[in-house]
Design a protein. Structure first.
Length: 297
């Protein structure tokens, strides 16, 4: 513990009252200006999750090296020991309902209208997108679907703690399952389509879930429209993460589309057409590293 404290004080993340004091007499504190970045997971400046993500990306590297040599894919990462970083939590809590969805007028109107809208949140993760939608639109009901039972259990707990469990439910279901239940006014897929091994099947299932007048809203990485080399920093970052995490996670399926994190708009539009959608709109939503799309039947 002493080494950990000294390390972070030496790095400037922690302050120490008296550096000249003895090792057991020193007292450390977090400067108030560091709290949003390091200790407040609901703040949009929060970045401490990156440490968990770095650890999770490093653990399967030996298996990833073997996959490069021999084909195949690393096995899926277990939930434990460090669990999964909620890297989009603050974005959903602060921006999804207050800025991003209201910037899509047709969707915003339906979510505020009567009769109450039904929303399907595909690949919902730990549930913060579902919770944010239920908080912003108090009459909607949200069904969240994810493949990971541990994620769904965490999402259920989060909805209970957020006070929306009466309108938000979660289930372990495959996004590509053609028998996904219900008819929905809105289907959402937030930063997940590029991770899916069979995105066309997932979109086809989403198409089948839509009620009359419904649409699918997708948020995914904001990358350049075309491949360039050298590329802007955002593309370089997406490629780096894709190589160690996103693409290996999809390569275990022999029928994988092998999309990776650098899913360009034309690629998504092609998936949508193959899934039966008649129109793909790129939306004017200012969402930083994400680009929003709306798919219409």
């Amino acid at each position: 513990m002493r080494e950990w404290l000294e390390h972070h004080a030496a790095s400037g993340l922690l302050a120490v009252d008296d550096p000249a004091a003895g090792p057991l007499q020193r007292r450390y504190r977090m400067p108030p200006e560091h709290v949003p970045v390091l200790a407040d997971p609901d703040n949009v400046s929060y970045e401490a999750y990156r440490g968990v993500e770095a650890v999770r990306a490093a653990r399967p590297l030996p298996e990833l090296v073997e996959a490069f040599r021999n084909g195949g894919a690393p096995p899926p990462l277990p939930w434990e020991p460090e669990c999964r970083a909620e890297f989009n939590r603050a974005l959903f809590v602060n921006l999804l309902g207050s800025e991003w969805l209201p910037a899509i007028p047709e969707v915003d109107r339906r979510l505020r209208a009567q009769p109450p809208a039904r929303v399907a949140d595909v690949a919902c993760g730990t549930g913060w997108s579902s919770i944010a939608m239920a908080r912003t639109y108090p009459s909607v009901t949200v069904d969240g679907f994810d493949l990971d039972p541990d994620v769904v259990a965490a999402a259920t707990d989060n909805a209970g703690q957020a006070g929306v469990a009466d309108r938000v439910r979660f289930a372990v279901l495959d996004a590509a399952d053609p028998d996904l239940p219900g008819r929905y006014d809105l289907v959402t897929i937030f930063e997940a389509l590029h991770d899916m091994s069979r995105p066309v099947e997932a979109l086809r299932a989403a198409h089948a879930m839509l009620a009359d007048g419904g649409s699918v809203v997708i948020a995914d990485e904001r990358v350049e429209d075309e491949f360039t080399a050298p590329a802007p920093e955002r593309d370089r970052r997406a490629y780096g993460w894709s190589v160690v995490s996103c693409l290996p996670g999809a390569m275990g399926d022999p029928g994988t589309a092998a999309t990776g994190a650098v899913m360009r708009p034309a690629t998504l539009a092609g998936y949508a057409r193959a899934a039966g959608f008649g129109q793909t709109e790129t939306l004017p939503v200012d969402a930083g590293d994400w680009r929003f799309y709306r798919l219409l039947p």
